[in-house]
Design a protein around this ligand. Structure first.
Ligand code: NAD
Ligand code: IPM
Ligand code: MN
Length: 353
């Protein structure tokens, strides 16, 4: 029996509610398959842990996590704990320490999912964002000078290394080639006269190895406009850390909402564990009320199954999500229903078996 060892960090707010459903679904998939199983180990890290210990995770947390095959994360962040501490000391430190330099975020409108754009058939919203996930605007480099003084100065550096840019752009080209899709790079070289000029240059350089891939290059402002006005332009998309963060929330909005948006933080070399999570946050406004939509987490479970080589099950899970959306009988309030988080999870289980 192939046992996948998963570290679970349910985290804060709606994190534990949606993760419970993701775990249920993964266990059912393993049960139905019979050739593999999951061993889940739970870590109580997050803002509650911070309030008790002054740390977001155990001191040897990264060392502990490195022993697992993957990490399943709910959400991090709670009112009262500064976001830059809670996120940097848990989510971002994991992405960086485990060199999870690919953040793969599908933006795909499933049958039955609500779309705020008029007259857009579902086939026209079918993208995969490849977001750089370890450096760029999120490098964490900068300084805060003369704090509180009249001449106070804050500097936040963008760090774009050749290695960092090349590897994410090459990954995106490989994906576009394998899937026979177009590749769009999103940058902003007209204003960011170092980092994005460099990004565009590397996009072109790496592209020489992929003459068969049709490419487009957009400025981020125009790209955000086209995602709304003409989303079919985008198939595989590669972009920087911050632009990818923003554009995938926009992507979520046109593909059914935050309750359906998933992401995989991948270390493609598999030297370190990869991490699977819904892209939404801890949603303090609905936490603890059973209102959170668990389907984004189920989608990220599907990405985990793909990553472990169970792509048939990964696909099946997406079909189950789609069946639930089409039937519209068991949906959480964000999708116009009145079912609870657990009821939606149970509905996915019913579709599976
Ligand atoms: P958010 O994604 O938590 O919520 C935005 C809106 O979407 C809210 O109205 C919320 O109710 C709704 N929403 C989100 N997920 C939903 C779901 N599964 N079902 C139904 N509705 C859902 O973003 P925010 O409010 O900007 O951030 C809240 C906290 O989460 C902050 O502390 C932030 O830093 C953190 N955050 C964490 C992550 C992460 O852990 N990956 C991601 C984003 C934000
Ligand atoms: C996401 C989140 C994180 C990010 C935050 C919470 C640091 O918004 O995963 O999209 O910006 O990467
Ligand atoms: Mn985000």
């Amino acid at each position: 029996m192939n046992v996948h060892k998963i570290a679970v960090i349910a985290g804060d707010g709606i994190g534990p509610e949606v993760i419970a459903e993701g775990v249920k679904v993964l266990n059912r998939v393993a049960e139905l398959d019979g050739s593999f199983s999951f061993e889940f180990t739970y870590f109580p890290w997050g803002c509650e842990y911070y309030r008790e210990t002054g740390r977001m995770m155990a001191e040897d947390g990264i060392e502990t996590l490195s022993k697992f095959d993957a990490i399943f994360l709910g959400a991090v962040g709670a009112p009262g704990v500064p976001d830059h501490i809670s996120l940097w000391d848990l989510l971002l430190v994991i992405r960086k320490s485990f060199d999870q330099y690919i953040n793969l975020r599908p933006v795909k409108l499933l049958e039955g999912a609500p779309c705020p754009l008029a007259d857009v058939p579902k086939e026209e919203i079918d993208m995969v964002f490849v977001r750089e996930n370890t450096e760029g605007e999120y490098a964490g480099s900068g300084s805060w000078l003369f704090k509180g003084k009249e001449n106070e100065v804050v500097i936040q550096d963008g760090v774009f290394s050749r290695k960092g840019c090349e590897r994410v752009i090459r990954y995106a080209y490989e994906l576009a080639k394998a899937e026979g899709k177009t590749l769009t790079s999103i940058s902003k070289a007209n204003a960011l006269n170092y980092s994005m000029v460099f990004w565009d240059q590397i996009f072109e350089e790496v592209g020489r190895d992929y003459p068969e891939v049709k490419t487009y290059s957009y400025l981020v402002d125009a790209a955000s406009m086209f995602m709304i006005k003409d989303p079919k332009r985008f198939e595989i998309v590669v972009t920087s850390n911050l632009f990818g963060d923003i554009l995938t929330d926009l992507g979520a909005a046109i593909a059914g909402g935050m309750g359906l948006a998933a992401g995989a933080n991948l270390n493609p070399e598999r030297k370190f564990p990869s991490m699977f999570e819904p892209i939404h946050g801890s949603a303090p406004d609905i936490a603890g009320q059973g209102k959170a939509n668990p389907l984004a987490t189920v989608w990220s479970a599907s990405q985990m199954l793909d990553f472990f080589g169970h792509a048939d099950w990964g696909k099946r899970l997406i079909e189950c999500i789609e069946e639930v959306l089409v039937e519209k009988k068991v949906l959480t309030p964000d999708l116009g229903g009145c079912a609870t988080t657990a009821e939606v999870g149970n509905e996915v289980l019913r579709k599976l078996s």
